[in-house]
Design a protein around this ligand. Structure first.
Ligand code: SF4
Ligand code: SF4
Length: 101
């Protein structure tokens, strides 16, 4: 199991929110809108279920309207490089196949 901390600094680096897989997901868009509200309140922690990304550590997407036939862009992400996820299992599409091990 690869331990990738779910923390703000990494959340901001995660590219999932710009990924073609989630492009047409209303569920993901709603989560991003809600996240803006959470970010304005410094005291409220960001919970994994409130962020449509960092699936490499949070596991499969909660949103059911993503299109996993599209290309994963994780390999362009600095979290991916920092944790050497190219060597992980799975090595992409964490939103579909679950967190990196
Ligand atoms: S895990 Fe990969 S395929 Fe899934 S949303 Fe993130 S970048 Fe896209
Ligand atoms: S490797 Fe993929 S799932 Fe993990 S933070 Fe980067 S874009 Fe998000």
């Amino acid at each position: 199991m690869i331990e990738i901390p779910f923390e703000k600094e990494k959340i901001f680096k995660c590219l999932c929110t710009t990924c073609p897989v989630q492009e047409k997901s209303n569920c993901s868009k709603e989560k991003m809108l809600k996240l803006q509200e959470i970010l304005q309140n410094e005291k409220e922690p960001i919970k994994p279920q409130n962020f449509p990304g960092m699936y490499c550590t949070n596991g499969k997407a909660v949103c059911g309207d993503i299109n996993t036939e599209k290309n994963c862009i994780c390999d362009r992400c600095s979290v991916y490089t920092d944790f050497n996820l190219a060597e992980a299992e799975p090595s992409f599409l964490y939103c579909k196949d679950g967190h990196a091990k």
